[in-house]
Design a protein around this ligand. Structure first.
Ligand code: DQA
Length: 148
């Protein structure tokens, strides 16, 4: 029996990780990240699913559909982080806690990236640790699930 379940959501352009601006985002592909997460989740007895979309509405649907299916969401919303009120409202509408994550440290980049419209409705935010940002969020969830 899985101890809990996690949905890992990725927004626009994150399908290009590995080749996209590697000086900022590194050379690890999204597939590599997902494999690492899957290995760690399996070891911890946590069920994990992955979804990536370049489309805001598809991400809103995925957030809504997580109700009753997942205990937590790890979400890298990419550029939508900075302006999607639709995604913020979707997160605020569900009772599944969301951890916002970013590979880069959005607070030390261009000013338009300093604001996250999602962070106020998320459980927490992790950024700047590269691909490890995803693993750090997963560790936090494993910890919370095992102390439930
Ligand atoms: C990102 C940061 C965003 O500002 C950017 O638009 C992305 C990636 C990150 O993981 O560092 O697409 O979310």
């Amino acid at each position: 029996m899985a101890k809990g379940s996690v949905l890992v959501l990725n927004g626009p352009n994150l399908n290009l990780l590995g080749t996209r601006e590697p000086e900022i985002y590194g050379r690890t592909t999204l597939h590599d990240i997902e494999q690492r997460m899957e290995t760690r989740a399996t070891e911890a007895g946590v069920a994990i699913s992955f979804y990536q979309s370049n489309h805001e509405g598809a991400l809103v649907d995925a957030v809504q559909d997580a109700r009753g299916k997942f205990d937590y969401i790890i979400f890298n919303a990419g550029a939508y982080t900075h302006y999607s009120i639709a995604l913020r409202d979707a997160i605020a509408s569900i009772d599944v806690p969301v951890i916002e994550i970013h590979l880069s440290n959005i607070h030390k980049r261009e000013e338009f990236r300093h604001t996250s419209v999602l962070a106020p409705v998320c459980l927490g935010q992790i950024c700047g640790l590269g691909a490890f940002s995803y693993m750090a969020a997963l560790e936090a969830i494993i910890d919370r699930l095992s102390s439930k």
